[in-house]
Design a protein. Structure first.
Length: 363
């Protein structure tokens, strides 16, 4: 087989680059995917009861990047959707992220925006050097809120104390002193009207795109005559674990269907201090589907299984840096995405990164 471009991975990163190559450069591109479907972790499907689920946990699109929004809007219409999350603490469901409503409900107060700002300042701890996620939380909200909301959830999610994680983990969670209870404050928010899978199928619709599913790229790459490789898989796997296996966090998803219209008050409810799972998602609240039954998903983070999240500790970053040095030596390979770059990306971030990589290819 002969292709100028080969893309490893048919998730959002790989499909974005492949679509641009096919439709802008009018070049043929081969996409190799080890799973039996395209879309990566944003893949949607209908379960046996006919309910549309997110097979790899909830994905909510949000961005302030107009170019990314307009790019994806070529392949989908959007349902307006503002994500709201509740957290179960001390027997109550309180809104996340932290806002005026959170503080008032958590402590049975009636503070205004200015008073909540003062409240957080009074409780925040003075930490000279912010080095860890624990430092971030304590310096912003103080010990009580840290222990009620952040500490145990983070331990469940990552399997270690927040004091062992770098600042990026908890820094992603906004702290607000207004009454905005939306989880995201981005300008553009929504859910694909017909689901992420349909959006991805539209991205891959060009006759210039050939997709191989259920295929390990290493088993076929030597049979392909190519010039450029765009790789979105795990960095350590690419180099045959030359510097050891990188640590990733995985998730075990437990789906349950109930003969009821509604299971919980919000699409996502977090459980920081109760149960072994971190959160429950009810999919109908994300997809707007009408159905007399409802399906939920409980998430159990674990260390073994499909890699989902790069593990942000100092030691792991130092280990990845060894692979990073190898990557810099490559002349015809582009590394792209969470697994290849060993860094966290939201959906909009990985599409932005893919568009930037494509712009490099054009030069």
């Amino acid at each position: 087989m002969k292709f100028k471009y080969v893309v490893v991975g048919a998730g959002l990163a790989g499909l974005t680059v492949a679509e641009r190559i096919a439709n802008v450069l009018d070049e043929k591109v081969l996409v190799i995917e080890k799973r039996g479907h395209i879309g990566g972790n944003v893949y949607h499907s209908y379960n046996k009861d006919g309910i549309l689920i997110h097979n790899y946990g909830p994905h909510i699109f949000h961005t302030n990047d107009r170019e990314v929004y307009m790019y994806l809007s070529q392949f989908t219409e959007w349902n307006d959707y503002w994500h709201r999350v509740l957290t179960y603490v001390d027997g109550n469901l309180i809104p996340m992220p932290i806002s005026v409503e959170t503080i008032n409900k958590l402590y049975n107060l009636n503070l205004n925006c200015f008073q909540v700002e003062d409240f957080l300042k009074e409780h925040a701890e003075n930490i000279e050097e912010i080095k860890t996620s624990r430092d971030v939380a304590l310096s912003k909200v103080g010990r009580d809120i840290y222990e009620k909301i952040f500490e145990n959830y983070t331990k469940k999610q990552w399997g270690v104390d927040p004091a062992q994680l770098d600042t990026s983990v908890i820094s992603r969670i906004p702290i607000r002193t207004n009454r905005d209870t939306r989880y995201f404050a981005d300008k553009y928010q929504g859910m694909p009207k017909y689901g992420y899978t349909k959006m991805c199928e539209n991205m891959a619709a060009s006759k210039n795109i050939k997709i191989l599913l259920n295929t390990d790229y290493k088993e076929v790459i030597d049979q392909i005559d190519y010039e450029i490789l765009i790789y979105t898989g795990p960095a350590d796997e690419f180099y045959n674990y030359k510097y050891g296996k990188l640590a990733y966090r995985s998730i075990r998803f437990q789906f349950e269907t109930f003969d009821m219209e509604e299971y919980q008050e919000a699409a996502v409810v977090n459980y920081p201090n109760d149960y072994d799972f971190t959160r429950i998602t009810e999919f109908k609240k994300l997809t707007w589907q009408k159905h007399h039954k409802t399906t939920i998903c409980k998430e159990f983070p674990c260390s073994e299984g499909e890699p989902y999240y790069p593990f942000p500790t100092r030691e792991n970053k130092e280990q990845f840096a060894l692979y990073g040095q190898e990557m810099k030596k490559e002349t015809n390979v582009y590394f792209l995405g969470r697994l290849a770059e060993y860094r966290y990306y939201n959906m909009d971030g990985v599409v932005r990164r893919a568009l930037d990589v494509f712009n490099q290819l054009k030069k």
